[in-house]
Design a protein around this ligand. Structure first.
Ligand code: PLP
Length: 223
């Protein structure tokens, strides 16, 4: 049994922080969705959060999800799974079968591969490497406009918004400009979804307009 009492307590605290951040920014707290990130954690962790009312979950690897998703389903839980990590083209088919949404579409090549195999209207987010870090995947900001435009023309993908992984920072305030830049880009395309903010910085991300935050450590503890 995963420490389900702790998970429930942590979840409640994260939800409350999201609410407070939304309220500070004059936003409706209901406009922010929490995705609980369960990478490296067992199915029991998913079930503990599910029992505490959490319905959306994130995984970063297809191979790991391929065992975890069915293991969770067998227990009767029916979460909505988000893919949040880099996807290789040869795993596009498997990813489409496992995930309700792919947040980490980080190249036109991948988007085309997904569109060839996806059912019509399959929701995706485009990952943007806002800070231009060499260690991270994602579309470069100066290529984002052209790439997003092309992706929107693909037949089976519904480009719902943008996603970013901010640089590691000692102070969440340091990454505020990254979130602000992603929000500006989404506004330019009238894209409704903005996935940004993790355990260390989701409050700032919500203040800057996040509609999806992806939180692991603050809910489940250190991996
Ligand atoms: C691991 C991960 C998260 C969650 O990170 P925490 O710091 O544990 O909250 C969010 N987004 C992505 C893409 C991740 O890989």
């Amino acid at each position: 049994m995963f420490a389900s009492a702790t998970v429930a307590t942590n979840l409640a605290a994260v939800r409350e922080q999201i609410e407070r951040a939304a309220t500070r920014a004059g936003r409706d707290p209901a406009s922010v969705r929490l995705v609980a990130v369960t990478k490296t954690l067992p199915a029991e962790a998913v079930l503990a959060a599910w029992e505490a009312g959490q319905t959306e979950f994130g995984e970063n690897r297809v191979q790991e999800a391929a065992t975890k998703v069915p293991a969770v389903a067998v227990s009767g839980a029916a979460p909505r799974w988000h893919l949040i990590g880099h996807l290789q083209t040869n795993k596009a088919r498997a990813a489409l079968d496992l995930f309700a949404i792919i947040q980490s579409v980080d190249s036109l090549h991948l988007a085309e591969a997904l569109s060839r195999r996806a059912p019509p209207g399959y929701p995706v987010l485009v990952e943007v490497n806002v800070a231009g870090e060499a260690s991270k995947t994602g579309i470069a900001p100066d290529e984002a406009e052209a790439t997003i435009e092309t992706m929107r023309g693909l037949p089976n993908l519904d480009v719902r918004g943008l996603m970013t992984v901010a640089p590691q920072a000692a102070d969440a305030e340091d990454v505020r400009p990254v979130f602000r830049q992603l929000a500006a880009l989404a506004r330019r395309f009238a894209l409704p979804e903005l996935s940004m903010g993790m355990s260390s910085d989701f409050g700032v991300a919500v203040e800057e307009g996040a509609t999806i935050v992806r939180v692991g450590t603050a809910i489940f503890g250190r991996r």
